[in-house]
Design a protein around this ligand. Structure first.
Ligand code: URA
Length: 208
């Protein structure tokens, strides 16, 4: 069974509160998405393996640790794009792939329209980024898609999800851990998370 990690760190929770507030403006919203994502990523990378390297300090040589595998971020277009910047501050060498999947407004099922990914190898660690997981359909489809292309170590990071999304991702991908700041109550008739934070893409990009 994949792990669901709800990050309750006080900094993460206070940023989430500001994100939920409808009076938070676009600039603040974008900054908060970056900052909260960085905190979630920090938790999601906690168990990454290290390898030893030798380093010369100004005084002597010493054996130190460095990451043992590459990191690739895969934002799901378009909301996931806003989550990249905060992570790149922490992991500047991360590769970045893109997946475009939209929710069909009638069926709410994911439809793929774009994909450009780094080369798959066994050691690369993939972090799928999507601000809101309502049904979990898009997340699960993106993870399936990545597995079909040979990626093995996949984690999913979202700001808010629902119990339904967690159940779907867990049942379809028991090997993909989920990192989030909140599991909200429900989805409304239009597919939005309640209480949620509204349409994350629209609030980030000012499209409504
Ligand atoms: N996508 C969003 O941006 N918000 C929701 O509440 C659900 C899906």
């Amino acid at each position: 069974m994949s792990e669901l990690k709800t990050v309750m760190h006080p900094l993460a929770q206070s940023k989430l509160t500001l994100l939920r507030d409808k009076n938070t403006n676009k600039k603040e919203f974008r900054e908060l998405v970056s900052e909260l994502t960085a905190l979630l990523f920090y938790e999601a990378t906690r168990d990454m393996s290290l390898k030893e390297v030798s380093v010369e300090t100004p005084f002597s040589s010493c054996t130190c640790n460095t990451l043992n595998s590459d990191i690739a971020l895969v934002p799901i277009l378009r909301g996931g794009l806003g989550m990249v910047e905060g992570i790149v501050e922490l992991a500047p060498n991360a590769k970045i792939g893109h997946i475009g999947l939209y929710r069909d407004p009638n069926t709410l099922r994911p439809v793929e329209y774009y994909c450009k990914l780094p080369k798959a190898d066994d050691s690369i660690e993939i972090f799928v980024l999507e601000p809101m997981a309502a049904t979990g359909g898009t997340a699960s489809a993106a993870i399936t898609f990545l597995k079909e292309r040979g990626f093995k170590k996949i984690k999913y990071i979202c700001l808010i999800c629902t119990p339904e999304a967690v159940a779907k991702i867990r049942s379809e991908h028991p090997d993909a851990d989920i990192y989030t700041a909140a599991v909200d109550r429900k989805i409304n008739e239009e597919g939005y998370i309640i209480p949620g934070l509204g349409d994350a893409g629209d609030r980030m990009f000012g499209t409504r």
